[in-house]
Write a protein that binds this ligand. Structure first.
Ligand code: UDP
Length: 374
């Protein structure tokens, strides 16, 4: 079989690329190992017409104007501001840690003092990572700052990170912890991006619309290695883990794997917001209740809801690259090999061994497409 562009895996980046290539007149074959498109972004309506994200919760948020403009061509969106709570010492407090969390978790008088202290070192509305805050506390010898840095680290980051990654927070790439900053404000939103929306219908429908072009063919339920010898391609765009591509010649890269355990609950609502994190209690890291994404849905008021508990310690789905020194060293060797291949392109989280949000994945591909084809 002859094809101009062979795409391995129907993940969001490659769906965008397939759409752009087909729009510019080229033919595309996508080979997908799973039985559906969209990879971990896949969502569907269950028997009660509740929209469920099969893997983990996906909330669309971006500051990139071009990405926002692009996705709007394929779906309408509804406004959704993501709110997440922590379950700490039997209380619920907003995450990222902010002044609201401070007053819920710490006694009133001391919270007032801590607020003043934080504002002495940081301007209102700034964002600080937990490791930066700990460093600062050491540097300035301020007991209040030291207390809050330790409190947030111990209660919020330490056990969650060990649970999620099986390594200490100090050993993980700083970028991972920076994803959840400490907010020097009352801002309770999980993301601070300009655009925060959910597709009006569902992500999979948006992807189907993107792929709705006769120049695009999709082969589901197929590992590319089973058929690659029968395909003649001009360019290949690869997104399966890079170590698998090179038959693990430099050793296997580690990925954190997660089990998603779904439960149907006979209640209108299980928890106050879409996501609650459990840093210190239970074996799961967080519970998502999908209904909260679509409060205006006709099924919102029914006495049924679906929740999903995430267990990071069980083998199931390759979800996150483990960004520590050992893995990054192995990855560099694969990257060097990959660069030598002229007509094969590696992009995205598992191929690039990076931690990408959806909008970054789209942005990368839009920039990549413009650099190659314009
Ligand atoms: N994290 C934490 N406590 C939390 C939430 C996050 O320690 O309550 C740390 C943890 O190491 C996690 C990282 O911050 O892996 C990034 O969190 P995020 O919620 O962005 O992870 P994702 O949604 O990508 O799983």
């Amino acid at each position: 079989m002859k094809v101009t562009n062979l795409i391995v895996w129907a993940w969001i980046s490659w769906i965008v690329l397939a759409q752009k290539l087909a729009e510019s007149g080229e033919d595309v074959l996508i080979i997908e190992r799973r039985k559906h498109i969209g990879w971990n972004c896949y969502d569907y309506y269950d028997e009660n017409w509740i929209l469920v994200h099969q893997y983990w919760p996906h909330i669309f948020h971006t500051n990139y104007e071009d990405v926002w403009k692009y996705v709007n061509k394929f779906t309408e969106f509804i406004n959704y501001q993501h709110k997440v709570l922590w379950f700490i010492d039997w209380k619920f407090a907003p995450i990222p840690f902010n002044f609201e969390s401070l007053y819920i978790l710490i006694s009133l008088e001391y919270a007032k003092e801590i607020e003043k202290t934080l504002l002495k070192y940081y301007s209102y509305n700034s964002r600080v990572s937990i490791l930066e805050l700990k460093e600062k506390a050491k540097e300035v010898w301020d007991n209040n700052l030291k207390f809050i840095a330790n409190y947030v680290f111990e209660k919020i980051f330490k056990n969650y990170t060990i649970k999620q990654w099986w390594i200490k927070p100090e050993e993980i790439d700083l970028e991972v912890l920076k994803r959840v900053p400490i907010l020097i404000s009352k801002d309770w939103r999980y993301f601070q991006d300009k655009y925060q929306w959910m597709p009006k219908y569902w992500y999979t429908k948006m992807f189907e619309t993107m792929l709705n072009n006769p120049r695009i063919k999709i082969l589901l339920n197929t590992d590319y290695k089973e058929v690659i010898n029968q395909i003649e391609y001009k360019k290949m765009f690869y997104t399966w883990p890079i170590d698998y591509f090179f038959n693990y010649k430099y050793w296997k890269l580690e990925y954190r794997k997660t089990l998603y355990k779904f439960e149907a609950v006979d209640k209108k609502e299980f928890q106050p917001v879409a996501v609650v994190n459990y840093p210190n209690d239970y074996e799961f890291t967080r519970i998502t209740e999908f209904k909260h994404f679509y409060k205006n849905s006709p099924t919102y008021n029914i006495k049924k809801t679906v929740i999903c508990k995430e267990y990071p310690w069980i083998w199931k789905i390759e979800a996150y690259p483990v960004l520590n020194e050992k893995n990054l060293t192995i990855f560099k060797k694969y990257k060097f090999e990959a660069k030598k291949l002229k007509n094969i392109y590696f992009i995205w989280r598992l191929a690039e061994y990076r931690y990408y949000n959806m909008d970054q994945a789209i942005k990368n591909v839009l920039d990549f497409f413009n650099s190659i084809y314009n």
